[in-house]
Design a protein around this ligand. Sequence first.
Ligand code: RBF
Length: 161
Amino acid sequence: MSSLYYQYRAANELDASDMRFGIVVAEWNQQITERLLEGALNELQKHGVKEQSITVMHVPGSFELIYGCAEMARAGLVDAIIAIGCVIRGDTPHFDYICQGVTQELAKQNSAGRVPVIYGVLTVNNEAQALERCGGQLGNKGEEYALSAIKMINFARELKN
Ligand code: RBF
């Protein structure tokens, strides 16, 4: 227990000043996704990431995160990618198709192993649940996404060393 805690602390304090990040943000439910982006940017800044080392690109909806992240990886300019979206359940089965498609395709990109892709897609039943997670009662998940990205870059570097 204590060694796990120690590891977490160590990762939390990682210096990310030489790491490069791509962030792909869906415009659907922009009132949520922009707050998640803000949380992620704040956390990256806390870890010393330089402004010029962060590339933020927008895509129309969460479904387009698949192409956006794949292209971002192909460009070869970043060490990790954060995919930010928010899918809110509606009256049609669209929710399930989008969530499944995005989740599976981003998972495939991760197993391809080119660049780690962080899954920053909120899949919620209503807007209130989303608001709780982007600066409300449950904090801002964007910060967690950024920390995960830092940890994954560190993971890849440790393997190489
Ligand atoms: N994109 C999202 O990021 N979040 C959503 O909640 C969302 N809901 C959608 C609901 C419907 C009925 C449709 C047609 C699209 C929705 N999209 C949503 C957009 C989707 O991710 C994608 O941009 C479009 O389907 C175009 O490929």
